[in-house]
Design a binder for this molecule. Structure first.
Ligand SMILES: NC(=O)C1=CN([C@@H]2O[C@H](COP(=O)(O)OP(=O)(O)OC[C@H]3O[C@@H](n4cnc5c(N)ncnc54)[C@H](OP(=O)(O)O)[C@@H]3O)[C@@H](O)[C@H]2O)C=CC1
Ligand SMILES: O=C(O)C1=N[C@H](C(=O)O)C[C@H](O)C1
Length: 238
């Protein structure tokens, strides 16, 4: 497959390594210094773009790909306010768009068990639910996209709650997310149910970025010859 890499930071480098290992060709690398060269690429010379950049640039890059018939896998977080628009453009242009706040298979199993746990715990209001995420100090968005997806999973089961609030603030009808930025932590997410008597926790701890990169390259492979908007639940049948 001919892959265009959009974003060449920590994830871009890891994806380059994994994609090459899986036999794919990197036909172009777009970084912040050469974004103007994106206009050299279209659906005739690229099979899939993989976009991991920044909350400020993600939508523009996805928009370009969808308008130029490039199937696009996007992993950038922190731009949820434009996600609906991107999905609508994909439908209008009959394009292919894959989005996930987290491409790791392990995290997507965590999402699955999170919803199951919430479906059981919602009957026990003595247990107060909260979410914690820890990432490296270079991360620009807060809370993490994964923490927001985790909350969305809990909310499917907790009808009396709407949305999230960042700690230390609290609101009875919202789920509290605590965000910590420490050293080089790759990404840790914890769902906690705490009562006066005990605590139940579900945790995912990423040891490296390889899992994210493998999932993103698998998504690009899976997206070939498909039209529409997709996510990890579609690919993994979860
Ligand atoms: N969905 C998932 O599984 C995962 C998602 N992420 C998300 O992916 C994004 C990138 O993460 P990460 O690689 O760690 O971040 P980095 O900061 O290491 O890399 C981002 C790269 O994108 C470049 N960039 C910034 N703006 C543009 C632009 N307009 N066009 C092209 N490139 C641009 C930056 O250039 P410069 O350095 O010059 O600013 C940098 O090289 C983040 O939003 C993060 O939250 C991360 C891991 C997993
Ligand atoms: O910025 C990161 O590093 C990560 N971002 C994603 C997020 O915001 O959830 C995924 C992963 O946790 C790493």
């Amino acid at each position: 497959m001919r892959i265009l890499l959009i974003g060449y930071g920590k994830m871009g480098h890891t994806i380059e390594h994994i994609a090459t290992q899986r036999g794919h060709e990197i036909v172009g690398i777009i970084d912040v210094t050469n974004t103007h060269t994106l206009n050299q690429y279209n659906g005739t010379n690229v099979d899939a773009a993989i976009e991991f950049t920044h909350p400020e640039s993600a939508f523009k890059n996805v928009y370009y790909c969808l308008n130029n018939k490039i199937p696009v896998v996007c992993g950038s977080t922190g731009w949820l306010e434009h996600l609906g628009e991107a999905k609508a453009i994909c439908e209008t242009k009959n394009g292919a768009f894959f989005y996930a706040s987290n491409y790791s298979i392990g995290v997507n199993l965590f999402f699955h068990f999170n919803e199951y746990l919430a479906s059981k715990m919602q009957a026990y209001p003595d247990f107060k639910v909260s979410v914690k995420e820890v990432h490296h100090t270079q991360k620009v968005d807060k809370p993490s996209g994964t923490a927001i997806t985790t909350v969305d999973g809990i909310l499917t089961q907790y009808r009396d709650k709407q949305g999230w609030i960042l700690a230390p603030e609290e609101a009875t009808n919202k789920i509290t997310i605590s965000s910590e930025r420490i050293g080089n932590v790759v990404g840790t997410h914890v769902v906690r149910y705490q009562s006066e008597n005990d605590t139940i926790e579900l945790m995912h701890d990423a040891h490296s970025r390889t899992g994210f990169a493998e999932g993103a390259v698998m998504a690009a492979e899976w997206l070939q010859n498909k039209k529409g908007v997709f996510g990890m639940k579609d690919m993994l049948n979860l």
